[in-house]
Ligand binder design. Structure first.
Ligand code: HEM
Length: 405
């Protein structure tokens, strides 16, 4: 690290959790490739749009953090590879093989077939919410919607959904409950272990009793090199569960909050619902749930914007900073549901989000129904009192979204 290294504690303050965009803007203008030191790992943050897009396709920046340097082994412990060594954390050709096999199971027709069921789940959740006139929209809508959808897609029996939500919430909210770092680590590791054992058992059950679900399709998926191994099946299922649930839940919360803070834009969507698909993209650009793409590691010395990133360094591509880069977007901090043009909210390059059509479908149906069925929707507390995920969380989201309607 250089003399200009920023300690993570200076970056990730409480005010950062409420509004990180001024910090991202400062880095983007003053230190577009910024070295940051933290107790977990030192890294270089890339914040400009063009650099970000280049970095996401740079073969010198590896996704295999179990490879040289073994960063993930050191941070998450020896057992973590069982769950985390999946397509997201691998490079071609291994990544190509895994993504190809998973894409067979994650076929567009399987996702399209979910459309009526998603609408049914959304209606069911709203039927429960509407009579009360108020609710916590995270707990009663944004979290259960993608959880039920991904559980049904994977083939997790309904009776297990609550246990599932419990384990994933321990992992999602880590850092936001006052616990010592040791207690925190132990709670997360235990939840991961339980989830691992549950998923391994579920894969076994699907082998003997296959159904019309994604896990059964993953077991069947085959190419010239064969099928997914047992470990790959469990780690892929874990990835789909987390990638599919956490991001979508946080996105729904961030999107609804952004609309409530911009009533003119909400009114516009009420008048012109055909703008909704565009609005979903703009809301993702405006306040995405994955501020920094999952880490990369430099396999050789690389240079971005005149800054040398030494071999072995971790690189974080800050999607939410790139998506507010004025070099790319006019008046980038303004929410404008009519805005068009590509953003990086779903990533870029070979790791571009595999679940993009599912995520869009859930957001479109979910936000559309909220606008339709909750006409007087408004915040129940001042915006600066909303409780959020901790500043250094890999996700950007709300712990609660109290609303009235
Ligand atoms: C990858 C965002 C929903 C499955 C990614 C990446 C991003 C992203 C930025 C690339 C990460 C990187 O390069 O480091 C989002 C957002 C979502 C969402 C914002 C919701 C609004 C989903 C859903 C699923 C899913 C619903 C599936 C059920 C995946 C998978 C990958 C991925 C499997 C890894 C792809 C690979 O490594 O080739 N997502 N995602 N995501 N996403 Fe999503």
């Amino acid at each position: 690290m250089t003399e200009h290294t920023v300690p993570a504690s200076e970056l990730y303050t409480e005010s950062f959790a409420a509004d990180p965009y001024p910090v991202w803007a400062r880095l983007r203008e003053q230190a577009p490739v910024c070295p940051v030191s933290s107790p977990r790992f030192d890294s270089y943050l890339i914040t400009r749009f063009d650099d970000a897009r280049d970095a996401l396709t740079d073969p010198r920046l590896s996704k295999d953090l179990y490879g040289p340097g073994e960063h993930y082994l050191r941070i998450f412990g020896p057992n973590s590879a069982e769950l985390n060594k999946n397509m997201l954390n691998s490079d071609p050709p291994e990544h190509t093989r895994l993504r190809h096999l998973v894409s067979q199971a994650f076929a567009p027709r399987r996702i399209e077939a979910l459309r009526p069921r998603i609408a049914e789940v959304v209606d069911g959740l709203l039927d429960k919410i509407v009579p009360s006139g108020e609710c916590d929209l995270m707990r009663e809508f944004a979290i259960p919607l993608p959880m039920v959808v991904i559980c049904e897609l994977l083939g997790v029996p309904e009776i297990d959904h609550d246990r599932f939500i419990g384990w994933t919430q321990v992992i999602r909210t880590s850092g936001s409950i006052k616990r010592s770092p040791e207690e925190e680590r132990a709670a997360v590791q235990q939840a991961q272990l339980q989830l691992h054992d549950y998923l391994a058992d579920l894969v076994q059950r699907k082998r003997t009793e296959p159904g019309d679900d994604l896990i059964s399709a993953l077991i069947d998926a085959c190419d010239q090199d064969g099928r997914l191994s047992e470990r790959e099946l469990v780690s892929t299922t874990f990835l789909l569960l987390f990638a599919g649930h956490q991001t979508t839940a946080d996105f729904l919360g961030n999107a609804v909050l952004a609309l409530l803070c911009h009533p003119g834009q909400l009114d516009l969507l009420r008048e012109r619902p055909e703008l909704l698909p565009n609005a979903v993209e703009e809301l993702l650009r405006y306040d995405g749930p994955l501020p920094v793409a999952s880490p990369r590691v430099a396999t050789e010395d690389v240079e971005y914007d005149g800054m040398r990133i030494p071999r072995g360094s971790i690189v974080g591509v800050v999607l939410n900073a790139a998506n507010h880069d004025p070099r790319r977007f006019d008046d980038p901090d303004r929410l404008d549901v009519r805005r068009t043009g590509p953003h990086l909210g779903f990533g870029y390059g070979v790791h571009h989000c595999l679940g993009v059509s599912l995520a869009r479908m859930e957001a479109l149906i979910g936000i559309g129904a909220l606008i339709d069925r909750l006409p007087g929707l408004r915040l129940a507390v001042p915006v600066d009192e909303l409780r959020r995920l901790p500043p250094a969380s890999p996700f950007r989201g709300l712990l609660e979204l109290p609303v009235r309607f």
